[in-house]
Design a protein around this ligand. Sequence first.
Ligand code: COA
Length: 280
Amino acid sequence: MQTGDILPYVYVRGENRIQQPGTRHRLDWFPYEPVFKDPLDLDQLEFAEQIYHLENNAFGPAGLAIPRWVFYDCAVMPGFVAGFAMKSAKMPSAIRQVLRWKADFDWSPLSLFIIIPTMKKGEWVAHNLCAVNSLIGEDHRLYGLGFLSKAFGLWYANVESCCGITQWGGPALKLHTHFGHLQILTAYTPVHTHAQTMTYRSQVDPKVWEKFFTRERDDSFLQKYEPSGAMIDPMSSTSQIAIQRRIQGGEGPFYLSAAELSEKKLTEPLTLYRLKGSYG
Ligand SMILES: CC(C)(COP(=O)(O)OP(=O)(O)OC[C@H]1O[C@@H](n2cnc3c(N)ncnc32)[C@H](O)[C@@H]1OP(=O)(O)O)[C@@H](O)C(=O)NCCC(=O)NCCS
């Protein structure tokens, strides 16, 4: 980023532009003016085509590629897309090969994070996150790209509370627990395309973001929460349904520990935490 070849971008229709970006969370990670792209401008259609290409490649194998009308009606109209883009002419060949790329494009997206405001004040939904890292060999990856894309979007839009939807056993959960203490809203979600999906809410807190990179333990988590005695198995729908029933029965809220997720394999059972003193 210091060379200016990679910058954050904001793909937003004019009327949805954030009025005072980056004023809620004190953070000096993104001192750059983002590249702006407008989904309503015919002359900028190519940027959308590049986003579609990246997104479809990242999510196609899971059967979750975003249909164009969903992207437009449900993402771009109410919310916006953020991420990092690279000057197309500067893009290394290993990355070019997996993107929709031409030397005469100006900027090419390397990642995308779609975020949509909800009817609850201060609460948004993280609708989509992907990074070119998932499509290229280890040697060419830009470490932290997916994490920083979400961080940038949350910071930029002054997001207080962020809900999201992710599949159990997927690598993204390791990222999502590092944006603020994460509460499980649903442990099993048959309304979704994939029933073994969890819905969460994070209270966005940049104090824990750095720990994603430093791998320090978040002491504030253990000061506030304790193991509930229950575990959830990311590989077992029976376990997820049992926890979902307990949440519906009022036994929650349950939380996941970022430190535990970073130490465990994606397939291992996870401890469910609860607020200290919330039982008995
Ligand atoms: C999930 C995704 C956004 C992560 O972005 P990324 O740029 O690859 O990840 P980052 O560089 O920001 O973070 C790296 C960390 O992510 C986790 N991670 C990323 N890919 C992983 C994988 N395949 N397996 C296990 N962990 C993985 C690890 O924790 C890794 O850190 P560590 O191994 O050093 O502990 C990206 O892999 C992606 O686009 N996946 C396909 C689409 C998808 O599943 N999106 C999530 C929907 S909720």
